[in-house]
Ligand binder design. Structure first.
Ligand code: CA
Length: 251
């Protein structure tokens, strides 16, 4: 990843930027409004769906609140700088691939970008063709990693189609129930604290009753466990919730 050719790689011309369930969604966080607009228009013309914001903090909140496939992140930003945005998202286990725009063609910037958890970087000024190529590559890489189905016995969660099934039975879940189950299944066998679930699924600005987590755990059990005679979703008193403890200790 230290040297990139300026010519477009072969997979650059691989058609519209779509994936299984719709266009690839890109969050562009760039305070140079003209550049952000040009990138947004260009990516939209390539079939991407783009949301552009011009402030680091606003970008961070967007990345937390909505589901994006890719993030294009400038470094020097008002509100919060790009390094901090990137590190904060990774600390919160938001793994959306991030392409960082480094301001100068210096090794220090690039090393720093990768060190904070960015997946790739591009030095300004950059070629639009190269940007699109890199984003397509990142989207593809993501589909190899974070979009793999999560499985626990015969319970399967598909991050791409956002569906859940037990054996051959499809289990319809609300978006909130789905997010909660995904948060738990990404840590199968581990206790996830109620406060972590609250932050990840309801957002850290949530000011309602924290017992909403218990309520939704109840909903989930009634959908994924009880009808099938399972008890995969365990309450660990005083600590949180855990998926798959029984399965793990039995195997
Ligand atoms: Ca900037």
């Amino acid at each position: 990843m230290t040297s990139h050719s300026d010519s477009a790689p072969p997979w650059a011309a691989s058609g519209a930027a779509t994936r299984q369930n719709g266009p690839v969604r890109v969050l562009v966080i760039e305070d140079e409004v003209a550049l952000a607009d040009a990138v947004a228009r260009g990516l939209e013309a390539e079939g991407f769906e783009v949301v552009a914001v011009h402030d680091g903090l606003e970008g961070l909140e967007k990345a937390r609140a909505e589901r994006f496939d890719l993030i294009v992140l400038d470094i020097m930003l008002p509100g919060m700088n790009g390094y901090k945005v990137c590190r904060t998202l990774r600390d919160e286990e938001v793994w959306t691939p991030i392409l960082m725009l480094t301001a100068k063609d210096g090794e220090y910037d690039e090393a720093e970008a990768l060190d904070t958890g960015a997946d790739d970087f591009l030095s300004k000024p950059f070629s639009f063709v190269v940007l699109v190529a890199r984003l397509r590559a990142l989207a593809r890489r993501r589909s190899d990693a974070n979009l793999q189905p999560l499985e626990l016995g015969d319970l399967v969660l598909e991050p791409v189609s956002r569906t859940v099934r037990r054996g051959d039975t499809d289990i319809p879940l609300s978006p909130r129930e789905f997010a909660l189950l995904e948060a738990l299944m990404r840590h199968t066998g581990e206790v996830v604290a109620k406060t972590d679930l609250l932050e990840r699924v309801w957002g850290e600005d949530f000011e309602g009753d924290p017992n909403v987590v218990e309520v939704y755990i109840g909903y989930l059990r009634r959908k994924i466990d009880r009808p099938f005679g399972h008890s995969d979703l365990e309450t660990v008193r005083g600590e949180g919730y855990r998926m798959g403890a029984a399965t793990h200790s039995a195997s």
